[in-house]
Design a protein around this ligand. Structure first.
Ligand SMILES: [Zn+2]
Length: 255
């Protein structure tokens, strides 16, 4: 087992769960180079994410503006082409909500809220946002988080029940772990380490496609200023890496 996988979990549950899951549950991620507890196969994760996505689309107000869609596609397509995950049905959609936010599901569905599109100043800043979201998928953060959730909250027997199709009562856990929290009202933010890793891998992607990676720094400087001005930094602290740490890493990576 890998030590990193067990951070934040109760030792007893971890021991029991890892015994049940076996060594195969912990594997090295080729993109991040980090070992992770992510025992849910990609195919199953995609299947669950497809269901969550259908539900989300039926509830959300989607902006279907060809101009906006084209703008998003122009930025997203090279990043996706460089992602190494062409088998996913990548899709980029704008929800008509004012929040400065974006999220991704592990089946490649990326949502940017209207507020975010209004906030970014150029294609490179939008690339920083999209690159970060794509990176969450490449690093299998949803699989890791869902694995941890299931291991901690219920143990492997419930995990088996979930993946044998009786997933009704665990729908909230799954939706939250997938990254759908902001939309479905289940708050399960990514950990600070996942956020920092997505920042780092997102910058790698930007570079691969020739984007100006310094845009990630510019974007986050303005985001942080905006949050502070709105007095939302206390809330953000629980869901985002400490802003200073995030900026420090981005400045170092793009120097
Ligand atoms: Zn993120």
């Amino acid at each position: 087992m890998c030590a990193r996988c067990s951070s934040g979990m109760s030792r007893r549950w971890v021991a029991l769960s890892l015994l049940a899951i076996g060594a195969a549950g912990c594997s090295e991620n080729a993109v991040s180079g980090r070992k992770q507890l992510a025992f849910i196969p990609d195919e199953q994760l995609v299947q669950i994410a497809d269901q969550a996505w259908e539900q989300m689309l039926s509830q959300a107000s989607v902006i279907r503006d060809p101009g906006l869609q084209g703008q998003l596609a122009q930025v997203a397509e090279p990043l996706v082409a460089a992602s190494g995950r062409p088998e996913l049905q990548w899709e980029f959609v704008v929800f008509d909500q004012p929040e400065l936010n974006a999220f991704v599901l592990p089946n490649g569905k990326v949502v940017a809220f209207r507020g975010m599109l209004e906030f970014v100043r150029d294609a490179d800043e939008l690339g920083a946002v999209i690159g970060h979201e794509v990176a969450h998928v490449l690093a299998r953060h949803a699989a890791e988080r869902l694995s941890q959730q299931l291991a901690v909250q219920a143990g492997i027997s419930i995990a088996q029940a979930v993946f044998s199709g009786e997933n009704g009562e665990n729908a909230d856990v799954i939706a939250g772990a997938l990254g759908a929290g902001a939309t479905l009202g289940v708050l399960l933010p990514y950990s600070r380490n996942h956020e920092l890793e997505a920042d780092r891998l997102g910058v790698d992607l930007m570079r691969k496609v020739g984007m100006d990676d310094a845009a990630a720094v510019r974007f986050w400087e303005r985001m942080i200023a905006e949050r502070t001005a709105e007095g939302r930094d206390l809330e953000a602290l629980s869901t985002h890496p400490a802003d200073g740490r995030r900026l420090e890493q981005l400045r170092r990576l793009t120097a």
